[in-house]
Design a protein around this ligand. Structure first.
Ligand code: NDP
Length: 792
């Protein structure tokens, strides 16, 4: 350090290292290695792998590589503990979560230092952001635990949850997973990332210290294979995963057909949009928090700067000046802004992507290339002139690299923002409130920050659209991921066994001849009746095997046309909820006017008694009324997060939904599934009951006469599982509901991994008389959280 007058001249900080002696002593105590935390105690360390400090490259600890047998033991412990844990009163569970929060808070300094040594993030961040948010998460969920019975009536815990977390926010991701799971009455087996297992192990010790019952939390360290064993374990009821889209996709496939509940929080390539009227100085500070926070190793990092052409050069100049002041170096130094990259493999990945960018001839700016002589460091980098097709604009770099592209109009800004397969977050900078809210509505992302960035709070849900995954963490919607409806499965009362399921008899009855008087029900696509592409129809039989009509045999091409028609009708989602309600009421009214005809059709197709058929029609009319009523009442929320912010939780439609109906209750099931979806603003492709499709094809004229815009409801008849497969594979379908058999359900889940569409499947009998309510609306929407500055 220089003399005082030098210091005054440069105003430079001297070194200000955070004390790490307690952490070092703790690590020393465990020099023999860490065991796993199973059933409330640590196992003997064995099969050890080395854990490194990325800032120095030194080995700091050794942890146990969990084997499938270890996973088995941990799941067994969690299973054993679960019933008792769930049987505790909400108040008792709340006290446990509160104790965990208190103990984390007491250990804040220790945990911050440990996190920094293990992960390489600046102590300023682990101390001021990560660990306080961990405590906040446990406090918040202590609250939910005591409110479970009143606020989540009609639901129960899922059971044993397998949770897999990444290395970028090790303890925070643990808190995001464990706190809601425990509050909701579940027990957990958590696998931390191989690079960063240490704070999870410290947390295990805290569980003992805080008196958490044995087996409620189990921690199994290890690599991807340990994670895969947890995913595959038959004793796990739910998997919650945060990490790469690639592994998320593999987990989607691995859990398909197992009945495991799944939530995925995956990668991102989030836009940071700066309009010409933005406060550029604030936007620069925002960019620092967006991309240089945690060395850019943040799933929701604002890694794509989209800036209005007219202010681009001014913004770049300010950014370059600010970058010159970012201090890269020892993460334990309290004045360090940018710490170490987590591991050599990640550093190499960043360098590889930069080389690819250099080959494209992009312009790179790095303020100061001098980095610490050892450890994994990468300098803050700004890349300008990046075309949307560039690898740097498409790939998640997961490093301190901001890539910049310019735009001319707000429409172009939105198009660029949405020009990604991801949809985790977005940040919008403008002094024009109308523009900010308009962009917030149009951008496809689970979180939108207006004139702010990287804001998190336990009271607000966090999670993505599109290939950023599905499910939310935090808030009420996050808690719902850890509860299931407690209604027992009920056998259908009226439905006959599905003949065509038992004997796949969808044989083409005959070609649809163009010239003869054609009484074959066609398909319904884009508001028009359309002949099936195959040119074939199939015979619809009554229970005695007599033909009661013919229906079109839809195929892949018909599904593709229907998806296209649904995508074109997207303005339905922007119609007012009141408008949508009116259309649903109108459909109910028209159905009511033709109730006798629909009842006759049901009787003819299914052999139901007159009474049962009339009851099904009546229930369908009522159901349409219920969702018309809900259309403008399933509203969002304003979360109580940080002061000076309103966090709006908006229920947005998925967009294009596929709906595959079961054989039973051909009219009621169809109405029960389609009505909530369109009430929320989705456009649907419905595959009606394969064996009794004629109630749905009769419905065309109801749609025609009820002001349902063309393309909002498309109906493709045919072999349900084959059509479901096409819907699952189609990247233009955003969400897919399937009710059918186990094979079809498994296939739908596995094939949906392509674009990671959200699925909701059921292979068990449903009592359609009762299949109604908010759960259908929740499944027909995804929550977008919009953070807006508010107040002084
Ligand atoms: P991964 O997705 O591989 O790791 C996340 C977690 O999943 C880790 O605990 C990992 O174990 C585990 N895992 C790995 N393979 C499997 C599997 N087959 N089944 C179950 N669990 C598995 O991410 P990486 O650490 O490899 O990072 C690669 C890239 O992923 C990053 O560069 C970044 O782009 C992205 N990423 C995104 C994150 C986000 O928050 N969305 C977080 C981390 C990474 P192990 O640690 O042993 O590999």
């Amino acid at each position: 350090m220089g003399v005082i007058k030098d210091i005054l001249r440069t105003m430079d900080y001297g070194p200000s290292p955070e004390g790490s002696e307690h952490v070092k002593a703790w690590l020393e105590e465990h020099a023999g290695g860490f065991g796993l935390f199973v059933n409330g105690a640590f196992t003997q360390p064995r099969d050890l792998f080395e854990v490194f400090n990325p800032a120095t490259g030194e080995g700091i600890a050794r942890a146990t590589q969990g084997s499938p047998a270890d996973v088995d033991a941990a799941v067994a412990a969690a299973r054993k503990a679960q019933a008792k844990w769930a049987a505790l009163s909400g108040f008792e569970r709340s006290k446990h979560l509160y104790a965990l929060a208190r103990h984390v808070q007491k250990r804040e300094r220790f945990l911050s230092v440990l996190e920094t040594i293990d992960n390489g993030k600046p102590i300023r961040e682990s101390r001021d952001i990560d660990i306080p948010l961990v405590a906040r998460h446990f406090y918040h969920h202590a609250g939910w635990a005591s409110l479970i019975d009143s606020e989540f009536a009609g639901t129960k815990p899922v059971g044993v949850c397998g949770q897999i977390i990444p290395w970028n926010f090790p303890l925070l991701m643990l808190a995001w997973k464990i706190a809601p799971a425990l509050a909701a009455g579940n027990t957990v087996v958590l696998k931390p990332a191989e690079y960063t297992p240490l704070t999870a192990l410290a947390f295990a010790a805290i569980c003992v210290e805080a008196g958490l019952p044995q087996g409620v939390v189990n921690i199994v360290t290890g690599d991807g294979a340990t994670g895969a064993a947890l995913v595959a374990h038959a004793g796990v009821d739910k998997i919650a995963f945060t990490g790469s889209t690639e592994v998320g996709r593999a987990i989607r496939k691995a859990t398909a057909g197992t009945g495991k509940k799944l939530s995925l929080e995956l990668g991102g390539k989030s836009p940071f949009v700066v309009f010409e009227d933005a406060d550029l100085d604030s936007a620069v500070e925002g960019a620092v928090d967006a991309i240089w926070f945690n060395q850019g190793q943040v799933c929701c990092a604002g890694s794509r700067l989209l800036v209005a052409e007219s202010v681009a050069e001014a913004l770049y100049a300010k950014l370059r000046a600010r970058m010159a002041n970012l201090r890269v170096g020892d993460p334990l130094d309290k004045s360090t802004d940018v710490g170490a990259i987590v591991a050599p493999a990640q550093l190499e990945r960043i360098k590889r992507l930069m080389r690819e960018g250099e080959q494209e001839g992009l312009e790179f700016f790095r303020a100061d290339e001098s980095l610490p002589a050892r450890g994994c460091f990468y300098p803050p980098t700004l890349v300008t002139g990046v075309e949307p097709a560039s690898v740097l604009a498409r790939e998640e770099i997961f490093g301190p690299v901001l890539v910049a592209t310019t735009f001319r109009t707000p429409d172009e800004a939105v198009a660029l923002a949405n020009n990604t397969r991801y949809g985790l977050a977005a940040s919008v900078w403008t002094e024009n409130v109308n523009r900010a809210l308009e962009v917030a509505a149009r951008v496809k992302a689970g979180v939108v920050w207006i004139n702010s960035t990287n804001m998190f709070d336990a009271a607000s849900g966090f999670g993505g659209y599109r290939e950023s995954g599905f499910g939310r963490e935090g808030g009420r919607e996050g808690l719902l991921e850890y509860r299931i409806a407690d209604a027992p499965k009920i056998k259908p009362s009226s439905a006959k066994p599905a003949r065509l399921n038992a004997a796949p008899g969808l044989l083409p009855a005959r070609a649809v001849a163009g010239s003869e008087l054609d009484r074959t029900a066609k398909l319904y696509i884009g508001g028009k009746q359309a002949r099936p592409d195959s040119g074939y129809s199939y015979a619809v039989l009554d229970p005695a095997g007599r033909e009661v009509g013919l229906a079109g045999l839809g195929n892949r091409k018909d599904i593709r046309n229907a998806v296209e028609a649904a995508a074109k009708a997207g303005s339905w989602g922007a119609a007012t909820a009141h408008n949508r309600a009116q259309v649903l009421y109108y459909a109910a009214e028209n159905l009511s006017a033709r109730a006798a005809e629909f009842a006759r059709r049901l009787r003819a197709m299914t052999g139901a008694s007159a009474r049962a058929a009339e009851a099904e029609v009546e229930a369908s009319i009522r159901r349409a009324f219920v969702y018309a009523g809900y259309a403008d009442k399933f509203d969002g929320a304003v979360h109580a997060t940080r002061s000076r912010f309103v966090t709006l939780a908006m229920n947005e439609p998925w967009g294009v939904m596929g709906i595959v109906c079961p054989n039973e209750a051909p009219l009621l099931a169809f109405v029960s599934l389609v009505m909530p979806a369109i009430a929320m603003g989705n456009c649907v492709i419905a595959v009606p009951s394969a064996s009794h499709p004629l109630s749905a094809t009769d419905f065309y004229s109801i749609l025609d006469t009820s002001d349902v815009p063309a393309g909002v409801v498309n109906i493709v008849t045919g072999e349900a599982n084959a059509l479901a497969k096409t819907l699952a594979e189609h990247d233009g379908v955003d969400a897919l509901w399937y009710v059918g058999d186990a094979k079809g359900a498994a296939e739908v889940e596995a094939l949906s991994a392509g674009n990671l569409k959200a699925t909701w499947v059921s292979a068990s009998a449903v009592d359609w008389r009762k299949a109604e309510g908010r759960e259908f609306l929740r499944r027909a929407t995804q929550v977008k959280n919009i953070w807006t500055p508010y107040g002084e």
